[in-house]
Design a protein. Sequence first.
Length: 189
Amino acid sequence: MAKINLLPWRENLRQQRQKNFMISLGVAVLVAAALVMMANHLMNVQISGQDARNNFLRAEIRKLDQDIQRIDQLEQVRDSLISRKDVIERLQSNRTATVHLFNQLARTVPEGITLNSVRQTQERLTILGSSESETRVSEYMRNIEAAVWLSDPQLRIVERSPSSDRPAQPYRFELSARIAPPETDEESF
């Protein structure tokens, strides 16, 4: 007789295949889980490394911002010192200007003129005075034009004063002149 296997071999083979499939599936799930965990760990390491680099850069940027603020403060201090230096230099250069101006005023006034008031507004002088005649005022204006520290005389008023305190000087005048220091500091007295 022929050998007939009555055992359910197909069923056993199917169960064996199913068991192998489940084992393979379990191993694949474990390998996939391990890969996902490893990838997650690597990503976390990279993220934490990038965060550390970002924090370092932020700290360096804060230091640079503080340095920029210090530089701005130093520039402000420098600008204020330069402006102070300029003021001091201007004052130093104009230190003798008043002396020269009074000297020029004394030199330019001809006989027969009395100065009553001299007022300075920036670079303009306003001069009030009395005179013997109108020709003396003209002479005074020519003297101002020829002066080293004065220029551009402009006559505003010249009139005969009806009630003059000084009968010898009946004319009252008002003129203005520009203060013009010479270009060189050397001036002979």
